[in-house]
Design a protein around this ligand. Structure first.
Ligand code: FES
Length: 496
């Protein structure tokens, strides 16, 4: 089932498959919010830009997001202040507020119908009101300290007792309609957007990007792919997680308004109107990618049904998050190559970070000074703020390497795998990812992730093979859905 943002979405003109070599000033890989924000700024400045997208415009994590836009962070400002101090906390909020203003300006300039609206955000708890939990007091202090309009308040018309912090003048929109609007703006600038064109190789030294059908020569290469493709230093310290969303229609018209974060346990709620229909959306059930546990959608349905008068569940989808080890995103020129750019480590806050990243990268390419470039540089090294997370992540990768290589069950054949089931098993000495479709067809792939050789795990909620090490994900045919892997899961001899 697809995200509710697809309701009323506008198709982007399909270009013929890219089967001829091309030469441009800038190749932007990824047609999400980061890539298209950068591409638009570059095209408007006269650069020859080509956008290469593995799927469809906004079809990755942008179209799987909540559509919430906020200057703070979903994890709170107080933890950021403890790690980075007052000045950086204020810079983060100013940079993010400016990015939201930029989105609002682009919506107006390109007449993008994406339901952009200023809305308050709430951080809520549901327990006893007195005394105020220490964490909330700290958070309010951090928010007010950076000049945000924040105050203690009740939850906004929720059917359960809740209270906490209200932050005025944040925003919401339909993220897919927004990036489709950016794409139409780009088409108007003469930019070619190639959808269904996965990139298989990047060689920045040769200024080269290779797809299945063509070689694109580009002076600058922007990896707007949520995490850089291939092997990169930053992947060693970034936890990767997945979060799930469920949409529903309610009986009656009591839909809560605003960005609503209920903290105990964490659930994000918002409503959305499309035509005459209203919807309520809940997000939660976060877990490390590759460590799928139970039916996450069902848990969210039960949460909604417990608290609201649900008429029908209408949508469900999920999205991935990469969290940086020091709490700030990595944006801009990569190590060792002045013509190769990345944007990653957005955690749950990617729509605003992605917009900021698109602007910073465009400015770097155009030789303009961007005031936020130094704060979020992709080449920074912050051992004092990130060593612990690097150690944790490396321990996680090692744990999976050892456990998955040694602990895989041995199978003599595939008869024991029933329709709808999937297993990772060793068959004749080979680690295989085996899935039998509901129709009974057997799909056999190598279980070895082509990125750095970890073993993939089955995600039953999505019917995908997910790698627990750096978040590469593959469909049941083995094709890359997202993550750093360039290439599909291999098809072993005898199973092609
Ligand atoms: Fe890195 Fe799979 S994503 S080994």
């Amino acid at each position: 089932m697809e995200a509710m943002w697809r309701l009323g979405s506008r198709a982007i003109a399909e270009h013929p498959p890219l089967d001829e070599d091309a030469e441009v000033d800038v190749a932007v890989i990824g047609a999400g919010i980061t890539g298209l924000t950068a591409a638009l700024a570059l095209a408007e400045a006269g650069q020859r830009v080509m956008v290469l997208e593995a799927g469809t415009v906004g079809g990755g994590v942008t179209g799987g997001s909540t559509g919430n836009l906020y200057a703070t962070l979903a994890s709170g400002l107080a933890p950021l202040r403890r790690k980075w101090g007052d000045q950086m906390t204020a810079d983060v909020v100013r940079a993010r507020a400016e990015a939201i203003d930029h989105i609002e300006a682009l919506v107006a300039r390109h007449a993008i119908e994406c339901d952009f609206r200023r809305q308050p955000a709430y951080r809520l708890v549901t327990g006893e009101r007195q005394p105020t939990p220490h964490d909330l007091e700290d958070e309010l202090d951090a928010l007010v300290g950076v000049g945000l309009e924040a105050e203690l308040a009740d939850g906004p018309g929720l059917p359960f007792d809740s209270w906490g912090i209200r932050i005025a003048r944040q925003a919401q929109f339909n993220p897919l309609h927004y990036v489709q609007g950016l794409a139409h703006g780009l088409l108007g600038e003469g930019v070619v957007i190639h959808q269904h064109a996965p990139v298989r190789e990047i060689d920045a030294g040769k200024e080269l990007v290779r797809t299945d059908g063509a070689r694109v020569t580009a002076k600058h290469i922007v990896q707007a792919t949520h995490t850089p493709k291939g092997i990169s230093l930053v992947q060693a310290g970034m936890p990767v997680s997945r979060e799930y969303a469920v949409g529903a229609r309610l009986r009656g018209d009591d839909y809560p308004e605003g960005i609503i974060w209920v903290l105990d346990p964490f659930h994000s709620l918002r409503s959305y109107r499309h035509g005459d229909e209203r919807y309520l959306l809940v997000v939660g059930e976060k877990h490390p990618t590759g460590e799928h546990r139970g039916d996450h959608y069902q848990q969210l349905r039960e949460y909604l049904a417990r608290h609201f008068d649900v008429a029908a569940f209408t949508h469900h989808w999920s999205a991935q998050q990469y969290s940086s080890p020091d709490g700030l995103p990595y944006i801009g020129r990569m190590h060792g190559r002045d013509n190769l750019y990345m944007a990653t480590g957005f955690a749950a806050d990617g729509l605003v970070w992605g917009t900021l990243a698109g602007r910073i990268i465009a400015d770097q390419i155009l030789g303009r000074v961007n005031p936020w470039q130094a704060c979020f540089g992709a080449r920074r090294i912050t051992p004092g703020k990130s060593a612990l997370q690097y150690a944790r992540e490396n321990a996680t990768v090692t744990k999976h390497m050892v456990k998955d290589y040694l602990g895989t069950e041995k199978l003599d054949g595939f008869d024991g795998i029933a329709p709808g089931q999937a297993r990772v098993a060793t068959v004749e000495g080979e680690k295989l990812a085996i899935h039998r479709t509901e129709a009974g067809d057997l799909k056999v792939l190598s279980a070895v992730c082509p990125h750095m050789k970890c073993i993939v795990h089955w995600n039953a909620s999505e019917s995908t093979w997910d790698c627990p090490c750096h978040g590469s994900r593959f469909d049941t045919e083995g094709e890359v859905i997202e993550g750093p892997a360039f290439h599909p899961l291999a098809r072993p001899e005898g199973h092609r």
